[in-house]
Design a binder for this molecule. Structure first.
Ligand SMILES: [Zn+2]
Length: 450
């Protein structure tokens, strides 16, 4: 049985689903730019859960939303509208462009598609009826500025996921600064905003022309497309507060019961020791990995080397190492023949079920790889079993690369330089080889290339 760490109870819990079905909702991307590798790590989490849940015998229903309106930037501007100004393209075209790129990235990472990707802009009717119901039942009100707000104090268990209780929340949350005078309480948040002078991405409602708040989007879409009960709600740790806290309040107020059984969060990713950000200039996209002639699945491999709920540090060195291991493992699988049979390995299965302990599963494969007692054929079957969850395309035929005459000469010269311990020369030759498109790795048995 699959067990996962649940944020609200801070415990590892059994994931049982309902009548053999596991209903999942995963917060999707805001499609105003390319997802960076940190975002992709979060999207991999729902894929891993789906694959392991299916291995445990559950059927999985996964819905992941596309936020194409209503996610505000710090400057009071909708992220999509802001990008539409930068690129001088219609905001819906911006959303379409980055949504397509999001799907392409998922495909490159072998992330299996969700059953449904509802768009916020196409679910406005759902949000309007949800807001109407919240107002009717005393959970929401129209502020003096015309915006509709959720009344945080009407929901006594606010803060259960994150531990941020209402009495400890300070007034003046930066995004809501301008709304402070209009709200009854500083922790209330906007469900619907009045358009003002905004003319794009706005809709008619009983409260005037306007656009939705980001948090109500996920409540409306998860209740409509997953159902009144959601077994697992998955997202990045940065969404725990306020997004998921607000979502929980809205959804529970709408259904009258605890809507989500388990909240599961994926941890942050650093790149070479620092948080990835535009201002730090260290944002890495999957395309950057491909441009360096590394297999995009090397990215997936490095993610799997870390457990989803520990912060991890990605680097070009770890991606290169993963790229080389992948090639070696595909060779190992190819050496085991062409059979399609898989053989279950208990240790690998236990690692997957035990809160997605993928690092341990990979460690186990390394042990199998080195074990001279296991035949090549059996190694293949064991690796292919693990690959059903790992998703590393280990049965892909190893590529045959023909070296150019110049590359052969450079490799020979470099081997000589290394034998003479002339490391300056060796480094110079490495740079030349890498410029020609090879990846060079130095191990105990000398240099190898891919
Ligand atoms: Zn969400």
């Amino acid at each position: 049985m699959l067990r996962l760490y649940e944020t609200q109870s801070r415990e590892v819990v059994d994931i049982v689903g309902n009548d053999g079905l596991l209903r999942m909702y995963c917060c999707g991307p805001t499609v105003y730019r390319d997802a960076h590798v940190g975002n992709l790590r979060t999207f991999l989490l729902s894929d891993l859960i789906s694959r392991v849940a299916q291995a445990s015998g559950l059927r999985v229903q996964l819905v992941q939303n596309i936020t194409d309106v209503g996610h505000m930037a710090t400057d009071f501007e909708d992220k999509i509208l802001a990008q539409s100004k930068v690129e001088a393209i219609d905001p819906f075209e911006i959303a379409k462009k980055y949504e397509a790129r999001f799907h392409k990235d998922l495909q490159r990472l072998n992330i299996l598609p969700a059953d449904l990707y509802p768009r916020a802009s196409e679910s406005i009717e759902l949000m309007i009826s949800a807001i109407e119901k919240l107002i009717a039942n005393g959970f929401a009100y129209v502020g003096v500025d015309g915006n509709v707000y959720f009344d945080a104090q009407s929901f006594p268990t606010y803060g259960a996921i994150s531990g941020n209780r209402l009495d400890s929340l300070k007034p003046g949350h930066r995004f809501d600064a301008s709304e402070d005078g209009a709200k009854r309480f500083h922790a209330d948040w906007a469900l619907w905003k009045i358009a003002g002078d905004r003319s794009q991405m706005v809709w008619e409602t009983p409260w005037g022309v306007g656009y939705p708040g980001w948090h109500i989007e996920c409540s409306a879409m998860s209740l409509a497309y997953v159902g009144q009960s959601v077994d697992l709600h998955v997202g990045g740790i940065d969404l725990r507060f306020p997004h998921h806290e607000n979502e929980r309040a809205q959804s529970n107020a709408l259904t009258g019961h605890e809507t989500v059984t388990h909240w599961i969060h994926g941890e942050h990713l650093l790149f070479e020791g620092r948080k990835m950000s535009k201002s730090a200039g260290n944002v890495v996209l999957l395309q950057d990995v491909i441009d360096r002639k590394l297999d995009p699945l090397a990215t997936r491999f490095t993610f799997l080397e870390n457990r989803y709920r520990s912060q991890m540090d990605l680097s070009w060195a770890s991606l290169t190492a993963a790229h080389i291991t992948l090639k070696r493992w595909r060779r190992l699988v190819a050496d085991g023949g062409t059979g399609i049979a898989v053989e279950k390995d208990r240790e690998v299965e236990e690692a997957f079920f035990n809160d997605l302990d993928t690092p341990r599963a990979l460690q186990r494969l390394r042990t199998i790889e080195k074990d001279a007692q296991i035949t090549a054929q059996r190694k293949r079957a064991l690796f292919l079993y693990a690959d059903q969850v790992l998703g590393l395309d280990l049965d892909r035929a190893p590529e045959k690369v023909v070296l150019t005459g110049e590359q052969v000469t450079l490799l020979e010269s470099r081997a000589e330089a290394r034998a003479k311990k002339d490391f300056a020369e060796s480094d110079r030759l490495r740079a030349q080889l890498e410029a020609s498109g090879l990846v060079i790795n130095d191990g105990p048995d000398g240099q190898s290339w891919s």
